[in-house]
Design a protein around this ligand. Sequence first.
Ligand code: DQA
Length: 141
Amino acid sequence: MKIQIINGPNLNLLGKREPDTYGKQSFEEYFERLKSRFPDVELHYYQSNVEGELINKLHETGFSFDGIILNAGAYTHTSVAIHDGIAAIKTPVIEVHISNVYAREEFRHKSLITSKCIGLITGFGMDGYAMAIQHLVAKSQ
Ligand code: DQA
């Protein structure tokens, strides 16, 4: 099975960015662990700080992959275009946040994308990505 992970703005700085909130590990390091934890899954990773590029990746993978795990970063709270991009594709999308967005500033309590995703995982650190993969694998069996 093929799963695409898409990370949005500022998530290229994981490990360096606000480590008290997002942890000390880079996504590249974590991605290697994910690949060894799920050897039977074809995992792909993409990150961009640019809204349109995130939408292009949704379109590119959204008709052929078995699942998409999307951490849209701050665009989660603002982007009608990403909401529409998820609505436009066939592949199920799981929304993931490393931090617990509901325990943070009020502007993070609103997501424009949750309603188009099959579910939301927030607050479990990087492990949220593994939880999302686990769900997609279980669903496919
Ligand atoms: C985030 C939460 C967002 O509110 C924030 O803008 C991010 C990261 C998270 O993974 O916790 O960039 O998506």
